[in-house]
Design a protein around this ligand. Structure first.
Ligand SMILES: Cc1ncc(COP(=O)(O)O)c(C=O)c1O
Length: 526
């Protein structure tokens, strides 16, 4: 929960001789105990310091270093939000300019947040409550809020100062296309993943298309693959995986998955290869953040001389043995779609590779196909990563390991709470795998999945089915793909999977609300 403290409350908190000190301390205790976030407006800070000095004088407190330390400590614990210039003009005719500015700017960032103020006039605004009212209402820790699958506003609030700073800085700098932040991000991620080259691009989908096009150019010396050239992949994935194969000119071949990890089954790849010719490559997808079995896949690829394009859209930071995903295949394709483990504020993607030639071709393809504007060699795209996105991603990158760990702890908590429900299958983390839980996905047996989803919805809890259909059943693939075998396990997954909220900033009480609701459902629906 987000709580804006009006100046009168902050002063009460920092000056022990004031009447409101003990209530303010109680507010602070509740905020800390329950992991709430306290806010102050950047526009109030100089005023706060000035008033503190006056208060110190009034109460005869020697205001030197100690007061400054308390003031700094408070700022270190609080989040600081900016007041936008445009909001000044929106508030200029209001009765109380200061209250209006505080209110509208805080609500812009935290629409469900509350404001604690002892100013009676301010209390007339919705969600503005007195110090006593707050302590009365929030002493009892019970989760009453709706729980989303992912709460991107919450994540923005968590790192607001850094994000606001880089956004404003980069807008003002106006180097919008291929600015230095793009290269900085590419270098940082290349080092993080452990590859020689990373190339930023406009989306995860484009990362896949660019990889395949570069492979066709390098291997065959042609712009595209042919229809009779086949690429094996999973039918249980987002459309983009299969769509990229079509866009690169080849034919997708769908083989069944392993129901423990929901990833492509290497045994099925091998079976298909033993019966078929003209396969050029494999695209394993590290679905939900769980690595595909890369030892087996790479072994098969070596035996049959195939390329491997890893679809890492859902698994940034995930590992197979001691290797980061995206560093094992010929290329790795990342998505920075906002909901991904490393997500921007719009579309974005990246290709990782150790192959210098492929990197060079992709660098051309993202800029219309040439090394420079008037020297175009290939049929290219306009598929660059924006500087603004890169700067946001750089700021968020600092948090990616922490957030992946948080996701893993939430998964552990779910596992512990849900382990005794016989009608659900919990996600597994196979040997050699470091799962980054892009999704925490359970399987609900006996046809109860949709009913459980509905029940959760009624209790204010979001959940999602990824994916209700196999790619082979979509019109675009119907006469453009090949299907090996019956895909029974993948079909089963479409009917049973359900992804639960996995927002890295979820609190224990939020997760308990989810697990208790699931328990309640199965008690009622035996
Ligand atoms: C498995 C998979 N592959 C590819 C993509 C495509 O990424 P983007 O949305 O950035 O184009 C996604 C995105 O949802 C995905 O989940």
């Amino acid at each position: 929960m987000d709580i804006l403290l009006d100046l009168n409350i902050v002063i009460d908190l920092l000056v022990p001789l004031r009447k409101g000190y003990s209530v303010a301390k109680e507010i602070d205790r509740i905020i800390k105990e329950r992991g709430y976030r306290k806010w102050i407006s950047a526009s109030s800070i100089d005023n706060l310091y000035y008033i503190l000095l006056l208060e110190a004088k009034k109460f005869n407190i020697r205001h030197g270093e100690k007061l400054k330390l308390e003031f700094k400590k408070f700022l270190g614990e609080a989040k600081i939000f900016s007041v936008t210039a445009a909001s000044v003009w929106e508030a200029i005719d209001s009765e109380d300019l200061e209250d209006h500015l505080l209110y509208t700017n805080f609500k812009r960032i935290a629409p469900d947040g509350i404001i604690i103020s002892n100013d009676k006039k301010f209390q007339k605004f919705p969600d503005v409550i007195s110090a006593e009212e707050f302590t009365e209402k929030y002493r009892n820790p019970l989760c009453t809020k709706n729980i989303q699958l992912l709460d991107l506003q919450e994540e923005y609030r968590y790192m607001i100062e850094e994000i606001d700073h880089v956004v404003l800085k980069n807008i003002a700098k106006a180097q919008y296309i291929l600015g230095p932040e793009v290269k900085e991000l590419e270098d940082k991620i290349a080092q993080y993943i452990g590859v020689k080259h990373c190339i930023g691009c406009s989306s995860g989908t484009e990362a896949l298309v660019l990889s395949l096009r570069a492979l066709a150019i390098k291997i065959k010396g042609q712009e595209y693959f042919d229809k009779n050239e086949k690429i094996i992949t999973t039918p249980f994935t987002f459309t983009a995986t299969g769509d990229a194969i079509l866009r690169a000119g080849a034919t997708p071949v769908f083989v069944d998955i392993d129901l423990d990890t929901y990833n492509i089954d290497p045994k099925k790849i091998r079976e298909y290869l033993n019966r078929s010719k003209n396969v050029v490559g494999i695209i394993p997808v590290h679905l939900y953040g769980h690595p595909a079995n890369m030892d087996e896949i790479m072994k098969i690829a070596r035996e049959y001389n195939l390329f491997v394009v890893e679809d890492v859209a859902q698994a940034f930071g995930g590992m197979w043995k001691d290797k980061k995903l995206g560093s094992i295949g010929t290329t790795g394709c990342f998505s920075f779609f906002p909901s991904k483990n490393l997500g921007g504020f719009g579309d974005g993607g990246m290709v990782s590779t150790n192959d210098g030639k492929i990197a060079e071709i992709i660098r051309m393809l993202i800029k219309h196909g040439g090394k420079d504007k008037y020297n175009v060699e290939h049929i290219g795209y306009n598929a660059r990563l924006d500087t603004l996105q890169a700067s946001i991603l750089l700021a968020k990158f600092k948090y990616v390991d922490e957030f992946n760990e948080r996701r893993r702890r939430i998964a552990e908590f779910y596992n512990k709470e849900l382990k005794n429900i016989k009608e659900i299958v919990l996600p597994k983390e196979e040997a050699n795998s470091y799962h980054v839980y892009h999704q925490y996905t359970i399987r609900v047996k006996h046809g109860k999945r949709d009913k459980l989803k509905q029940f959760l919805q009624e209790k204010g809890i979001s959940s999602m089915v990824y994916y209700p259909f196999l790619l082979k059943d979509m019109k675009v693939f119907s006469d453009r793909c090949e299907v090996y075998g019956n895909l029974k396990r993948a079909e089963k997954a479409t009917k049973e999977v359900l992804s639960l909220p996995i927002e890295p900033l979820l609190k224990e009480e939020d997760i308990l609300k989810v697990t208790n609701t699931i328990k309640e459902f199965f008690k009622k629906n035996k």
